[in-house]
Design a protein around this ligand. Structure first.
Ligand SMILES: [Zn+2]
Length: 316
């Protein structure tokens, strides 16, 4: 049960029982200090509900992480898993990612359209609204009906740091699950299985992380999700060259390769929307991958890729 998630035994137990009994709530509110952990559990829930090999039954719950569905979710390209966040909002509504302070009604309307259409290819549609506390009363009210009566096999997860920041009207229509800080030993084992740090350094970071994977990630430096935000900033010309060069310092080769693969699939899927621009981006991504395969230094490859994207975006 949720074997890919560290700690959070109570949250995992509640979700597992509900999945086994096929009594999954329409809407959950995940409350806890670390947005990364809340997101990890929500994504794992999407994986379990859609996994085509293990999935869930009365006796077993867990995502295989190797079927097509799991792989698409890991690469962030599954059409039935929707992240409703500021990155998405920047795509939907013209505006600077940094200047976004609130979830806008247009973003919720987009989500509602997606909720209403049929499931693309999975068994369940999952919507994750991060920063759910960033909704004003009007926007929160526009969500009520969707939370109450989503179509069959649809789950909406609202994610926030504090319960008090969520309007009572949303709380009364959802099931709230509280996340606990992780133990130092749990953070340590997460670091050791995800990074190649020496143990002394990992222990030091685990101690300073205050029970949060998010803090640990910040202390280690580099974050895969940031790569996707970076791409959006690059392509919408909201970044200076100096920022780009600073950014590529903290990215490991495996993170860079994973990002290039994910972007190649994503842009390949978007080819119809803007063929010329997307073909140029794909060429850049393929060239970067080839440089990696020739063992060229990660930072050089990434600098070259990011500057190339920035250049192309300016020339369009
Ligand atoms: Zn699977």
């Amino acid at each position: 049960m949720f074997r890919n998630i560290l700690g959070q035994e109570k949250v995992k137990r509640i979700l597992s029982v509900q999945i086994k009994k096929n009594k999954i709530a329409h809407a959950y509110i995940f409350i806890g200090q670390s947005s990364v952990e809340r997101q990890l559990v929500a994504v794992e829930l999407a994986k379990i509900l859609n996994c085509t090999i293990n999935g869930y039954s009365k006796t077993y719950i867990g995502a295989c992480c190797s079927c097509i569905s799991c792989k698409k979710i890991i690469k962030n390209i599954h059409p039935d898993l929707h992240f409703i966040d500021f990155t998405k909002q920047a795509e939907l509504v013209a505006g600077n990612l940094e200047n976004q302070k609130k979830i806008r009604i247009e973003t919720i309307k987009y989500m509602q359209k997606e909720v209403a259409i049929r499931i693309h290819e999975g068994k369940w549609k999952v919507f994750i609204i991060s920063s759910a506390e960033k909704m004003n009363a009007l926007v929160a009210n526009s969500l009520l009906k969707t939370l109450e009566e989503p179509p069959k096999n649809t789950v909406i997860v609202l994610s926030a740091k504090y319960k008090e920041s969520i309007p009572q009207t949303l709380i009364s229509r959802s099931q709230t699950l509280f996340f606990q800080p992780l133990r130092q030993s749990e953070i340590l084992s997460w670091i050791m299985s995800n990074y190649t740090l020496d143990e002394l350094k990992a222990r030091e970071i685990a101690k300073l992380s205050d029970g949060s994977i998010e803090n640990a990630k910040k202390l280690i430096g580099g974050d895969k999700k940031d790569l996707h935000s970076l791409w959006i900033k690059l392509t919408s010309q909201k970044l200076y060259i100096s920022d780009v060069l600073e950014f590529s310092k903290n990215i490991s080769k495996s993170e860079a390769l994973e990002f290039i693969d994910a972007m190649t699939v994503k842009i390949g899927n978007d080819l119809k929307t803007c063929p010329t621009r997307n073909i140029q981006w794909l060429e850049l991504l393929n060239f970067s991958k080839m440089l990696f395969l020739k063992n060229i230094n990660t930072r050089i490859v990434l600098d070259n890729l990011f500057l190339g994207v920035l250049d192309l975006s300016r020339s369009i």
